[in-house]
Design a protein around this ligand. Structure first.
Ligand SMILES: [Zn+2]
Length: 210
């Protein structure tokens, strides 16, 4: 049975309205396509989030790392894996800290949720994982949703999913940190650097290394 490929304007999680393609079969398929569109950000916001984690500079964002839980050997292994992730993400976090984009605070909150994870098993299970921009968009969307959605698959590399099972206060803190893109009709555009103290992107503060 062939089915039509429909394009329609749809309101996305970020409040922007864009053209979505609806291709799932039948009425229930169409409903789930609409729900998916409503539960994800528009292409422009997706690209905006991806740009934020691209090409970090030389800065480094200090992170307090909690003690890990697990057997001795697992803890040792997980510590190394976590440190490797921090070396990779610390410069990106420093860059986010400097960005006037309201999405930057949300992405930073996502990374901070990640580094609060105390389960050695999480780090070991995700040892091949790079917490890349696809993951970042996914996590920011999780954070932005007013309620959990069944249209998006949950996965074991998600810091949001981890904390929604372990401690909801961590999610609440992250949502608070990301408030500029949550509970708003439309995610605001990048703020203009209008403050007199913030001219064009000049030199960053001296970097802090662990
Ligand atoms: Zn958008």
């Amino acid at each position: 049975m062939s089915h039509a490929h429909i394009y329609a304007m749809s309101k996305r999680l970020c409040g922007h309205i864009d053209m979505c393609s609806f291709s799932s079969k039948g009425r229930s398929g169409r409903v789930s396509d609409v729900l998916y569109a409503n539960a994800t950000v528009c292409d422009e916001c997706r690209e905006r989030i991806c740009r934020l984690v691209n090409k970090p500079g030389g800065g480094f964002h200090p992170v307090v790392l909690p003690a890990l839980a697990g057997r001795d050997g697992a803890v040792r292994w997980a510590k190394n894996l976590r440190l490797r992730a921090l070396r990779m993400l610390g410069p990106i976090m420093a860059q986010l800290k400097q960005s006037p984009d309201p999405f930057a605070a949300a992405v930073l909150a996502v990374y901070e949720m990640l580094f609060k994870i105390t389960s050695s098993g999480f780090w070991i299970e995700n040892r091949q994982f790079s917490y890349d921009r696809v993951w970042v968009v996914f996590e920011v969307e999780h954070l932005m949703r007013p309620r959990p959605t069944s249209t998006v698959r949950l996965n074991s590399s998600s810091a949001f999913v981890y904390w929604s099972q372990a401690d909801l206060s961590v999610i609440a803190a992250a949502k608070e940190a990301a408030h500029a893109v949550i509970d708003v009709d439309v995610v605001p555009a990048v703020a203009e650097a209008s403050e007199p103290t913030a001219p064009k992107q000049a030199h960053f503060a001296p970097s802090i290394f662990l």
